[in-house]
Design a binder for this molecule. Structure first.
Ligand code: F6R
Length: 614
């Protein structure tokens, strides 16, 4: 959610910033801007509404020479997407330029006070308040920029990652963070700065993740300096970046989303590597092994997450209740944080997040910890905030997910939850050795089975053409296929903008059945499982009302196949593994319908990948 890039050093500053903004565009893309400081100390700011390519067009005839620069791609929170509201923002006297990711909650109070002191504002953003406040403190206290930044940050409430340039300081960037990610790349006589490591990876592998409440001082020719908000020097922990450039490119696919859908055989293999061992007899998850007593004694598990990760969490409930016999509650992190959660110290809270930065999930974790619960994280991005905030956890290891619609992260999350349920189930004596081996063996086959499902690609592309007309879709499933239905509906609506609802198939008769007519297709997820006979009835109920049906069924199905208008057959697997298989055709169906409608699937309107605001 909003991306920040910065660079100070001898390379072409503008090129680094623009390339970095393209890498971060998945975080927001309604406007973009750069602030360039010339070696002579002059500050130039260029901004444009829309994507980074618009900014590039705008900058074509501008003075781009610079020794330091900061840049931003925005996902609007305060103020509509416009040139004026785009970052960077100038301070009143034009001596400071600032980019910001996050939200300043008390911006109104601060703004009113600054207006009283004669400040004039050019934008509607909370960010401009921050840069004006820094300038005001700097002038009033006659202090350095670092002191003014520190003082200002001590006055603001909310979340931020910021980077600031000061006129006449052509070789320096000041940055800071609280609850919004920021990483610094260290080169020879140069520094890179970004919201995540993707803009940095081709220049250096040495990175420092700025911690909450730290201010970073990057001056060419000097070592990195980190200060706390109390003005104490903080320790610098340099980490090695585990990321390659090829992971950030489309690799011949027209879109990241399609690449990521097709990567799933490998990403699932990466996810289970070293974890499903002895031919499937043993499941090894360090996070569980290191905390055996906690998992043995847990009385309840609460899963917190948002969006697709919440759907994975709902599947986690089905898996854990079946395999571990522990009651599980699944909460939207945004609700959990405000619904007066009742927690006990033998509760485990599992937080699921691809990005590891989702603001609501992070806050839910903090609340859970305050209540004394043990918090386990399931994340993809190594070194992100959620793995750092949690007591223990597991990475899904599916590589960078760049398409805004989550695909490979979803299957990775479900796979980790499956392994976790098996591990804990075995530990608590609910799952027998034989059962673990039976499921474990099938898990090892899942990557190959997913490859087989992907062979449906052309059929799904053809099928999508028939249904692109639809204005509404219903997705139905029961048991493990119910959360899968929710996820299928979310995928369709977020990238094609078609209204789609997921429902438990049996619940349909209590209301949504009224929607069904010849114009409203239903996607029914009905692999062979213990509810198969039940869902056959639901399929008939849809058919009887003239609705058309796309059914995802197991190979060899001969009941639903006769009723449905279109059938996609997928390999048979044990019931608990069906979501890993049935979610794949749903991803492809959404992708092709969105493509047929001419939508930008990697950057759907109004969305951003990493939601670091409330
Ligand atoms: C949907 C999607 C979002 C995210 C949600 C949580 O395709 O990507 O719904 O799942 O914003 O994000 P993370 O998992 O990063 O916490």
């Amino acid at each position: 959610m909003c991306g920040i890039v910065g660079y100070v050093g001898d390379r072409n500053v503008y090129d680094i910033l623009i390339k970095g903004l393209h890498r971060l565009e998945y975080r927001g893309y309604d406007s973009a801007g750069v602030a360039l400081e010339t070696p002579e100390g002059k500050l130039n700011i260029y901004k444009a509404r829309g994507k980074v390519s618009n900014l590039e067009d705008f900058c074509k005839d501008k003075d781009l020479h610079a020794s330091a620069g900061i840049a931003h791609t925005r996902w609007a929170t305060h103020g509509e997407p416009s040139d004026n509201n785009a970052h960077p923002h100038y301070s009143q006297d034009g001596r400071l330029a600032l980019v910001h990711n996050g939200t300043i909650e008390n911006y109104k109070v601060l703004k009113d006070a600054l207006i009283e002191h004669g400040c004039e504002f050019k934008s509607e953003t909370d960010t401009e308040v921050l840069v004006q406040l820094i300038e005001y403190i700097k002038i009033t206290n006659k202090c350095s920029l670092i002191d003014a930044v520190r003082e200002a940050l001590n006055q603001v409430q909310g979340a931020y990652a910021i980077a600031v340039l000061e006129k006449d300081h052509p070789h320096e960037i000041i940055a800071a963070r609280k609850s919004s990610p920021l990483v610094i790349g260290i080169g020879k006589d140069e520094f890179f700065l970004a919201s995540d490591a993707t803009p940095i990876v081709e220049y250096t592998k040495e990175v420092v993740y700025v911690k909450d409440g730290e201010i970073a001082v990057m001056r060419k020719g000097e070592g990195l300096k980190l200060l706390t908000l109390d003005n104490v020097e903080a320790q610098i922990d340099v980490a090695e970046l585990q990321l390659s450039i090829s992971q950030l490119e489309k690799g011949g696919y027209p879109h990241f989303m399609l690449k990521e859908i097709f990567q799933q055989p490998e990403t699932l293999l990466d996810c289970i590597r070293g974890r499903v061992v002895d031919g499937g007899k043993t499941i090894k998850l360090n996070g569980v092994e290191d905390n055996q007593e906690v998992f043995k004694n847990a009385r309840r598990i609460i899963i917190v997450a948002c969006g697709t990760s919440w759907h994975a969490g709902l599947l986690g409930k089905y898996l854990i209740q079946e395999m571990c016999n522990i009651p599980v509650e699944v909460e939207y992190a945004s609700e959990f944080r405000y619904n007066h959660p009742v927690l006990f110290d033998d509760d485990i809270v599992i937080a699921i997040s691809q990005s590891g930065e989702t603001a609501d999930t992070l806050e839910a974790i903090k609340i859970a910890k305050r209540h004394g619960a043990f918090v386990y994280g399931i994340s993809n991005v190594v070194g992100s905030s959620i793995p750092r905030e949690t007591d223990s956890g597991t990475y899904i290891h599916v590589g960078p997910e760049i398409g805004v619609a989550s695909t490979k992260a979803f299957t990775g999350q479900v796979m980790v939850l499956t392994m976790l349920a098996m591990c804990v189930g075995r530990l608590r004596g609910v799952l027998s050795e034989e059962k673990v081996e039976e499921i474990g063996k099938c898990i090892l086959e899942v990557p190959e089975l997913v490859k087989k499902v992907l062979e449906l690609n052309k059929d799904i592309e053809r099928l999508s053409a028939i249904y692109t007309y639809a204005k509404n879709f219903l997705y139905l499933g029961r048991g493990y296929s119910y959360p899968t239905a929710l996820e299928g509906a979310l995928k369709l609506k977020e990238i094609s903008y078609i209204h789609a609802e997921g429902y438990p198939a049996a619940e349909m008769k209590h209301g949504p059945i009224a929607l069904i007519d010849a114009e409203m297709p239903s996607v029914i997820i009905a692999p062979y499982d213990h509810l198969y006979e039940k869902i056959v009835n639901n399929v008939q109920q849809v058919k009887a009302r003239g609705g058309s049906i796309i059914a995802i069924v197991s190979e060899g199905d001969n009941e639903i196949s006769k009723i449905a208008d279109h059938v996609l057959e997928v390999p048979r697997v044990p019931e608990c593994l069906t979501p890993l298989i049935t979610s794949i055709p749903l991803q492809l169906l959404s992708y092709y319908i969105a493509i047929n409608k001419g939508k930008d699937v990697d950057m759907p309107r109004n969305l951003a990948k990493s939601v670091t605001v409330e």
